[in-house]
Design a binder for this molecule. Structure first.
Ligand SMILES: Cc1cc2nc3c(=O)[nH]c(=O)nc-3n(C[C@H](O)[C@H](O)[C@H](O)COP(=O)(O)OP(=O)(O)OC[C@H]3O[C@@H](n4cnc5c(N)ncnc54)[C@H](O)[C@@H]3O)c2cc1C
Length: 206
């Protein structure tokens, strides 16, 4: 079996998955059509753009999160271990010479703009916890989307179309679950016996 890890920068954006007699036979990108008998859709919030034309519609919705990243500079009071405020759902993580403060959940469709109020909350939280941080005006804001499902469980496994698999909808835990999900899919596709029971995560079971 040969496989292509689909990277937009190399192959162009994926536009369509072709099927004949309910079996995958190609993927169509901006630049070419690539013959394929197996395809894993792992496109987070964009997954439905290629699934919908095949008659599959997943309940995945973008839940917007924010982060502020502060330079450590010469500050010697910077934390060295991650911290979390479970009440306010905000985490503070040291990333080398930067500190990242991340959290919040906002329903804003696909609007990527930075809501100044939410960014302000992250800044205020950071400065409350570390009042000795030397430059209260520093910090760069960022926003990204969590591909959430209503039950918080990702979609993993087969679809009614032969050769078409799902690995999407990991919500706020996509990094945590990425290796396990990838391995479970690899086992399923290659026919190996996996450790993970996918019951409850498949399309057919929901
Ligand atoms: C503020 C914030 C903090 C978070 N913190 C954590 C954390 O601490 N721990 C944790 O486990 N998770 C965390 N997450 C969640 C995590 O980021 C997501 O669950 C994860 O990114 C989902 O991964 P994914 O690959 O399924 O989707 P995405 O990361 O959305 O990746 C989808 C990919 O598909 C590509 N794509 C889309 N359309 C096309 C197309 N047409 N053709 C080709 N490629 C396409 C996109 O470019 C993208 O690279 C956080 C999220 C946010 C917003």
């Amino acid at each position: 079996m040969s496989a292509i890890l689909f990277e937009q920068w190399r192959y162009g954006a994926l536009r369509r998955i072709n099927q004949t007699n309910c079996a995958v036979n190609a993927v169509v990108t901006d630049v070419e059509t690539i013959a394929a008998d197996t395809c894993v859709v792992a496109m987070g919030n964009d997954s439905n753009s290629v699934l919908r034309p095949l008659g599959i519609r997943l309940p995945i919705y973008p839940v917007k999160g924010y982060s502020m990243t502060f330079p450590v500079g010469q500050w010697n009071g910077a934390p060295v271990i991650p911290m979390a405020d479970t009440g306010r759902h905000i985490g503070i993580t040291r990333l080398g010479d930067r500190i990242r403060v991340a959290g919040t959940a906002e329903f804003a469709g696909n609007d990527r703009s930075l809501n100044p109020k939410r960014i302000g909350n992250l800044r205020r939280f950071f400065l409350d916890v570390f009042p000795d941080y030397p430059d209260p005006t520093a910090g760069v804001g960022w926003t990204g989307f969590r591909p959430m499902t209503p039950d918080g469980i990702p979609y993993l496994g087969e679809t009614p179309i032969q050769g078409l698999y799902l690995n999407t909808g990991h919500g706020h835990l996509g990094w945590t679950m990425s290796c396990g999900s990838g391995q479970a899919l690899a086992h399923l596709i290659s026919g190996a016996t996996g450790d993970l029971d996918l019951t409850g995560m498949t399309l057919a079971s929901r």
